[in-house]
Design a protein around this ligand. Sequence first.
Ligand code: ATP
Ligand code: MG
Length: 392
Amino acid sequence: MEILLIHYSEIGTKGANRGYFERRLREDLRARLVPSDATEVNINDCRLVAPLTEGHDKERIRRELGMVFGIAWYAFGRQVPREEESLKADCVALARAAEGAETFKVYVKRVDKTYPVSSDALCRSLGGAVAEETGLKVKMVDHDLGIHVEILPGKALLFAEKTGGQRGMPRGSSGRMLCLFSGGIDSPVAAWSMMRRGALVDLLHFHPYPTNEEVIGTKIIDLHRVLRTFNPKSALYLIPHHRYQAAAALKAPEAYETVLFRRFMFLTAEAFAASRNLLALITGDSLGQVASQTLENMAAAQSGLGLPVFQPLISMDKEDIVRIAQRIGTFDLSNLPYKDCCSLMSKRPKTNVAVDRCRALELELGMESLIAPTLEDVGLWDGTSCRKISPH
Ligand code: ATP
Ligand code: MG
C-alpha cells in the first residue's frame, strides 16, 4: 500500500499534551489531503501515516505540505509486512527501482521493541540481500540511495527519500491573534512567522480611503490570499483611518505624528481584538528600521497596552525578512505601489518621544474618543465583498 509518512518537529518534545498537538497537525493534513489524495491520516506511534488514494497527485501533495506547520520531514513510501524475508524482497525491489544509484545504505528504526531482530542485525541482513541481488555497494556516507525501514507494531514502513518540512507548530495549536497589517514587506512576514508558531492569525489593515470598498482590487487583498494558504480561515478586517487623520491634522505637532499614529493603531487594534476574543497583537516592527521603530518610540506607542504585542521580526535584518517574503510568496505583491499613510507623515519625525509626552498629546488630540467611531467602520472581507461588522 502506498503511503505518505510524516514526522513532526517540535511536537516530539511535548509530554502529556502531545496528543493535542498531534491532533491539530492531523486536522490540517486531513483538510488538505482527504479525500482526493489520501483516504485518512492516522496517528501511529509519534508519526502520521496517510494511505494514498489511487488518483493521488504527488506534486499537489508536496505543494500542500509546503503550507503545513509542524512537519520535520515527510516521505512517500509503502506500508509492507514486517517479516524479515519479505522485507528483504521489498528492499531489493526498492533498490532496483532507484535508477542510476550505485551505492546505498539501509537505515532501520525499530519502534516496536518487541520485534525479534535487533536494528543492527536487521540492517546487516537487509543490506546483505540488496548488495547480493542488485550489485549495489554499501556506502556509509554520501550514498546515492538511503533505504529507510521503520518497524511498527504489525507493519513496516519503507521509503527512500525524505523531504524537509516547514517545521514550527501545528495550525491552531497556539491561539488566535490579530496582526496589524500594512501590506509592506514586513507585516506579511510577521503574520506568517506567528502562523508558523501555531497561531491563527487575523489581519487588520488601516487604510487611507473613505470607504473599505476602495481597498478591493489592491495588493492587500492579494497578500491576504497568499497568507490564507497557510491559515485558510484567516480573516481580513479593513478599517479607514480618516477620522484620526482629520483630528491629527488640526492637533498633532508634525514631528510627533508618526508615534501618535502608531499609538492610535495600537489602541484601536487592541479594542477590536478584545471584541473578537483575539488574545495578542502582532506587528512587523524591526528595531531601528524606521523612525517609528526606535526603542523610545516603540515604548511610547505601546505603553500601557493590555494585550501582549508580538514582534517576531524585531531582531531581524531587512535582508533576512526579504528572503522569507520571497520564499512564502509575498515579496512581489508587497512591492506593488499602494497609497499608504507614509505620504501623510512628517519628513522629520522625532525619534525619541517620551511616554509622558506621547500620553499628553494623545489627550490633547482626544484620541480615546476617536476609537469607538472608527470601530463602527470596520469591514470584513469575505472573499467577494466587504461587509460591515459590529465590533461589539
Ligand atoms: P511594513 O513593511 O510591514 O509596512 P514598515 O517597515 O513599513 O512595515 P512601519 O510603517 O513603521 O514599518 O510599520 C510598522 C508596523 O506597523 C507594520 O509592520 C505593521 O505591523 C504596522 N502598520 C503600519 N502601517 C499599518 C497599517 N496601515 N495598517 C495596519 N498596520 C500597520
Ligand atoms: Mg509600512
